[in-house]
Design a protein around this ligand. Structure first.
Ligand SMILES: *Cc1c(COP(=O)(O)O)cnc(C)c1O
Length: 404
């Protein structure tokens, strides 16, 4: 099977990179997202020009404020940088001496309360993003159960901020709802910072009580690699001022600031119903192609955090399919063209196909590749070659050998 030829000039071929198809989602390790045409255009327009960067930041602040229903906004390197700088802003306010003192937080409020079920990672631990600001995490509750009184009890005169995470990465039950979390924090005079890196709703979480909201520009927005911090003006100002301190190493250039503005404007213009319909047609195609194949069950499932998107779950019954879910994922990733599936739960016997990042024709190629690999597995008739634990170990070994 061969890859559908793309317009002869695929830069990946020139660089010697594999022409992967991404049905995993908006992942940093796969190039984040397909930047929308408006973003590509403004980034190349601004790159050869001089600009007064803080004026450009002012323009971005207004665009972000409008899109998020907040007072002000700030663009930094990533959502992860946004978390660190937002918390730093809560610690220092607009005091430049304190800003230069970080990450030494002596004499400042330097504790961040966070529900234990939110202490996740997204390629790096969120707890480290907190420590980068010179703060420490104070966990609330246990992994699957946190309560308002426990949050109130952990807030002291050392508490700089309360951090809330909305993500499929967190525990999906037993957590304190944002509105209640914010009510408890606000009663104690503590600002709430919400990591919403991968959420579609740009307004609801601020409305529900988050003083600072954080989004990735390079995920569903289809923007450049950047992070957006938005919210109450004094806190956003304090976050922006970290550019004169620990934010320097997390700075963005003119192309990312301009690109973020363009991505937000394009998001407001986008025909979201049409996008949804297109994604649905991919899901329907996959269900049709996989239904009835021995050992697999295809089901359309909603996004776990209520983003308006569905994915395909492919359950693999290894005895019948003659291959495990993780080995099928690996076969798809190593074939031609390589298809990278959403497999972080593969040890439970399933993976997902995300329909949000496909170029025209790729959904059909994905279907062909899955059907092909399943048929090969049945021909080989060699169930489970390696365990999920072995696979996980191998991945880290490979990472540690970089760049080989
Ligand atoms: C992706 C993600 C991040 C990291 O976002 P970057 O912009 O890539 O730094 C942080 N938090 C959550 C919940 C995420 O999904």
């Amino acid at each position: 099977m061969t890859a559908k030829p793309k317009s002869g000039s695929d830069i990946r071929a020139r660089l010697g990179l594999r022409p992967i198809i991404n049905v995993s989602g908006t992942m940093t390790h796969l190039g984040a997202s397909i930047a929308v045409p408006e973003v590509q255009r403004v980034a190349s327009e601004i790159l050869p020009e001089w600009v007064e960067i803080n004026d450009l930041h002012r323009k971005a602040s207004r665009a972000i404020a409008r899109a998020t229903g907040t007072e002000a906004g700030f663009v930094t390197a990533s959502a992860s940088a946004g978390i660190t700088l937002a918390l730093a802003g809560c610690m220092t306010g607009a005091d430049l001496a304190k800003i230069e003192q970080l990450p030494d937080s002596a004499g400042m409020k330097n504790e961040v309360v966070i529900q234990m079920g939110h202490m996740t990672g997204y390629g790096a631990p969120i707890e480290q993003a907190v420590r980068l600001a010179g703060a420490t995490c104070v966990p609330v509750g246990n992994v699957t159960d946190a309560r308002a009184y426990q949050l109130a009890h952990k807030i002291t005169e050392k508490t700089a901020a309360a951090l809330y995470v909305v993500s499929h990465h967190t525990v999906q039950y037993g957590q304190i709802p944002l509105a209640e979390f914010a009510r408890v924090a606000h009663e104690k005079g503590v600002p709430v910072v919400a990591d919403l890196a991968s959420e579609y709703d740009l307004k609801g979480f601020h409305a529900a009580g988050a003083d600072l909201v954080i989004y990735s520009a390079h995920k569903f927005l289809g923007g450049p690699t950047a992070g957006i911090v938005a919210g109450r003006k004094p806190l956003v100002r304090a976050t922006f001022l970290q550019n004169a301190g620990i934010g320097r190493g997390m700075k963005v250039g003119k192309e990312s600031i301009t690109g973020t503005i363009a991505a937000l404007e394009a998001w407001e213009q986008r025909d979201h119903d049409a996008v949804r319909k297109l994604e649905r047609s991919y899901l329907d195609l996959w269900v049709k192609r996989f239904t009835g194949l021995p050992g697999v069950t295809a089901t359309i499932i909603p996004d776990p955090t209520d983003n308006p998107l569905d994915r395909l779950m492919l359950q693999v019954e290894a005895e019948t399919a003659r291959i495990t879910a993780w080995e099928l994922a690996d076969a798809l990733a190593s074939g031609d063209p390589p298809v990278i599936v959403r497999d972080h739960e593969a040890e439970q016997g399933f993976f997902q196909l995300d329909p949000c990042n496909l170029h025209p024709g790729e959904a059909e190629t994905v279907a062909d590749r899955v059907v092909h690999e399943l048929s090969e597995a049945r021909k080989r008739n060699r169930p489970q070659q390696y365990s999920h634990a072995e696979r996980k170990l191998r991945r880290f070994e490979r990472l540690l050998r970089w760049p080989d």
